[in-house]
Write a protein that binds this ligand. Sequence first.
Ligand code: GLC
Length: 490
Amino acid sequence: MERRAVYTAVTVAAVACVVAVLIIRKRSKGIKWGKVKEMFAEIQSKCALPTEKLKQIASAMETEMHAGLASDGGSKLKMLLSYVDKLPTGDEKGLFYALDLGGTNFRVLRVQLGGKKGRVVDQDHLEVSIPPHLMIGACQDLFDFIAEALSRFAALESEEHKLPEGKQRELGFTFSFPVKQLSLSSGTLIKWTKGFSIEEAIGKDVVAELTKAMERQGLDMKVTALVNDTVGTLVGGRYDDSDVMAGVILGTGSNAAYVERASTISKWHGDLPQSGEMVINMEWGNFKSPLLPITEFDEAMDFESLNPGEQIFEKLVSGMYLGEVVRRVLLKVAQEYPIFGDIVPPKLETPFILRTPQMSKIHHDSSPDLKDVGTKLKEVLGIHNTSLKTRKFVVDVCDMVAKRAARLAAAGIYGIIKKIGRDTKSDPKQRTVIAIDGGLFEHYTIFSKCLDDTLKELLGEEMKNSVVITHSNDGSGVGAALIAASHSDN
Ligand code: GLC
């Protein structure tokens, strides 16, 4: 009796397997792959970025940089003054705090700087994720939440970290949104980006808001410097390598800052800094040009976003959006051809369900049967039993979207290199280093490799070894502490 039951179970399982295989075969047979490929080729042609086109984009970026430096509102590129006119020398000493706010997480850091010999002697940090409702809620609630974490972190100061009586703790505040800086330690928020939307905060001095929140917590700390993450990355990178000329973020959002000759900033009416230099926060995420390869998918995503018409370059390049563009392409194809079965998988219709780290996992699957792709499609989109052909197609879509982003980011960097005149050789020994940070750059290997290769392609044989990209790990937090240190009154 028992034997019979086992026999029946085995037979049923075997029949089920055969049926499943037949269904998959039938489905993939039902797909007109020729037509799918045709449709995809058309999308690919819209995303194409041959070298010449990238060079034109870099030139357009350079032109906009000039316009943005000439007058406020002169360009889509805000070219914001950072008031950072002294770059670190290595002599910075003392204990400094940094607060890094700019994405779904924020970090607080304590950095002990030991001068030329000691460098960063000690460093610890706390990372906190921001509850989504605070990103679109009330200004005070967001700053109270941050100040509370900061206060908790400061309370963990060990005896050796304690400042002498009468000295106040100093903080470098990395605030990674467009800010009209009023001085090194104050600035008003121009607009939100990256999914934040707290209307009442626009136009407010974010340092004053943080200071009030710290006072409500009874925390004795002073904001010495307000910096963008790109500026922090540049400064953090420069601390390690004196040839660093620009800082780039490729993460949830994307942006760049670079060292400009102060005399060329015609909208700057103050005294020329002693160094003759000023770091400019480009806010390149807002770059826009008819040359950009914008598809119907980008247009629809932009239209439905919190900031339609804005941050167009960022929407093509940064981690917040890449997975979403892939989802939109897959949805359109699935609506026309049964690549995922006869019905369009309902989850595929959910905006932002496919995040860029998941897309990266799919893209990096090198197994012969694309097992990870299958797993991700199941886990994220509820799509079971895909054929190898379908899985390969999904990888191709990721490849197109990621490489378009990487090539555009490289064009942006090349635009900066041209602006500062480092695209030709004046001195054979001259090196130009670009410090980059952000999860997209750090974790999406195919993306960063493509970025590097494209930059070399743009630079050409003669220059390709004179420009170097480095990963400035955590540069923005340490950079803010360094700026606080070099401007400290303690
Ligand atoms: C967004 C912000 C910008 C920031 C970038 C990277 O583009 O507007 O200030 O630097 O994201 O975090």
